[in-house]
Design a protein around this ligand. Structure first.
Ligand code: MG
Length: 395
């Protein structure tokens, strides 16, 4: 089998809001075509116009190719060799960041092809089944523009998540720092107010995570605020400090009993090695596309296992990434949860409509995927609509 073409789809939610701290508003989806008629699907989480250039740009020498050209004519089943070839052939622009993020979408599509070719769900090619059900948590971030509306919506959504059967939810409570959602700016006590209101609403028998999205500008401030949250029995606090402040993270970890989670923006397992070695966080959070695809995410899982860390992948995209995470979770016993944006409890049209997938949740548990490949199909009408919306922004 040979790869004949890689097609990039830049997608945009027509109702996107530039004030939202939500990467679920746009998307890069790739389709990898083969001469045997099998087509693989992948997606990744970064600026999709930049991602497309990483794949479609030409290259003029051996150290800095465009990603796409590296794959044409190659055997799609030779995934490990192709990943390394692509990594090395794009190293001057790549090695980390956007180019590796884009490589992740292609890698995901290759695993989809491999599963379809073998007539097996991808997880059977990734490793040993380690469980019968998967734990998903609902990520909740109402997009409203006042604190009072936010508090009310969050409590309502947490309630709805519990009613839908979720046993865990993550609250995005970001009222300061560079990514205050919808421009709501409040003191740190307001974060506490949200967490307290939700804990009271859902009761004790429900797991709560909190994501503050880099809100704290100093370790002292993070320690002071987070330690007041001990009474709420949190599973972890995500990205309290800036992504590059590994020394700060280690200091925070040493001074709080609450698990600290980080890693959503990192690419390659090399960056996770540094996060574990220097940041010492309890939970690492690779985003499967962004880290470099399922191949690289699996390496992160192995690294975490060697260092007794939990893995809870970041996932703020469509059913394609949800499926990829479900396959990875199936073979990863130290992944107690994966992030799940419930279509009914998020604003993203992409999440709601882009794909038809088999992943369903009942009683807080997600079923193990059984269809060949990733098991997702693109809704072509929705795809066309999102492509048209993206073209309005950039023809
Ligand atoms: Mg986050």
């Amino acid at each position: 089998m040979k790869i004949t073409k890689i097609q990039c789809h830049v997608l945009l939610d027509p109702h996107y809001d530039i004030a939202a701290t939500s990467s679920a508003q746009d998307d890069l989806v790739v389709e990898v075509f083969t001469d045997e008629g099998i087509v693989g699907i992948g997606e990744t989480d970064l600026n999709p116009w930049i991602a497309r250039e990483c794949i479609e740009a030409p290259g003029t020498h051996t150290m800095d190719q465009g990603l796409g050209s590296v794959f044409i004519g190659e055997d799609p089943l030779d995934i490990e060799r192709l990943w390394l070839k692509a990594y090395q052939a794009t190293a001057m622009t790549g090695r980390r960041g956007a180019l590796v993020n884009a490589l992740g979408a292609i890698d995901m599509a290759l695993w989809d092809i491999a599963g379809k070719a073998a007539n097996k769900p991808v997880w059977q090619l990734l490793g040993e089944k380690s469980r019968d059900h998967l734990g998903a948590y609902a990520s909740l971030q109402p997009e409203v523009s006042s604190f009072d509306a936010y508090l009310t919506s969050m409590v309502k959504w947490a309630h709805s998540a519990k009613e839908m059967g979720f046993r865990a939810a993550k609250l995005e409570t970001t009222f300061s720092g560079p990514y205050a959602n919808m421009g709501i700016r409040e003191d740190d006590e307001k974060m506490t107010e949200v967490i307290k209101a939700v804990r009271n609403a859902v009761g004790p028998d429900f797991t709560i995570m909190v994501d503050v999205q880099y809100a704290f500008d100093s370790v002292a401030r993070a320690i002071k605020t987070i330690n007041t949250w001990q009474e709420f029995d949190l599973f972890f606090v995500e990205t309290p400090l800036w992504v590059d402040d590994l020394d700060g993270m280690a200091e925070l970890v040493a001074n709080t009993p609450i698990r600290i989670a980080s890693g959503e923006w990192l690419s390659t397992h090399y960056e996770f090695k540094d996060l574990i070695r220097y940041g010492n966080v309890g939970v690492v959070q690779p985003d499967i596309g962004r880290v470099g695809g399922l191949s690289e995410a699996r390496k992160v899982c192995n690294l975490a296992k060697d260092h007794n860390k939990l893995v809870v992948p970041h996932l703020w995209k469509t059913g394609i990434s949800v499926a990829a995470a479900a396959h990875l979770a199936t073979v990863t016993p130290h992944m107690p949860f994966f992030e799940f944006l419930p279509p009914a409890l998020c604003e993203s049209e992409l999440r709601k409509h882009l794909v038809v997938d088999e992943i369903s949740m009942a009683d807080g548990k997600v079923t193990i995927p059984q269809k060949p490949g990733l098991g997702v199909e693109i809704n072509r009408d929705a795809l066309d609509e999102f492509v048209a919306a993206a073209r309005k922004l950039r023809p």
